[in-house]
Write a protein of this length. Structure first.
Length: 95
């Protein structure tokens, strides 16, 4: 069975106003996140490393998000380098 990530990417505007919201569907089982052009999810902010994080399926309804740059990310109000996430909770992750 093919697995696919269904993502909602929300970018806050520096000057305020409504955020930019994009929805994407990307094939799994693993995605790369970073500033590099060949990342599956490209984040152009200079605070993001070229190869920043990796996301993969971790079982039914679960994903694992892991920093590969050594920099933490925010999820559930905590700064972490690795998180096992229940997708049913509609998690928010910030880099």
């Amino acid at each position: 069975m093919a697995r696919e990530f269904h993502l909602k990417l929300i970018t806050e505007r520096a000057g305020g106003g409504d955020p930019i919201i994009r929805e994407r569907h990307l094939p799994g089982p693993e995605l790369s996140i970073g500033r590099a052009a060949d990342s599956d999810i490209v984040l152009t902010d200079l605070t993001i490393d070229p190869q920043h994080a990796r996301m993969r399926f971790a079982g039914p309804g679960r994903i694992t998000l892991e920093s590969i740059s050594g920099r933490p990310f925010l999820t559930g109000g905590r700064a972490v380098q690795r998180a096992d996430i229940d997708v049913a909770s509609h998690p928010q992750v910030a880099f």
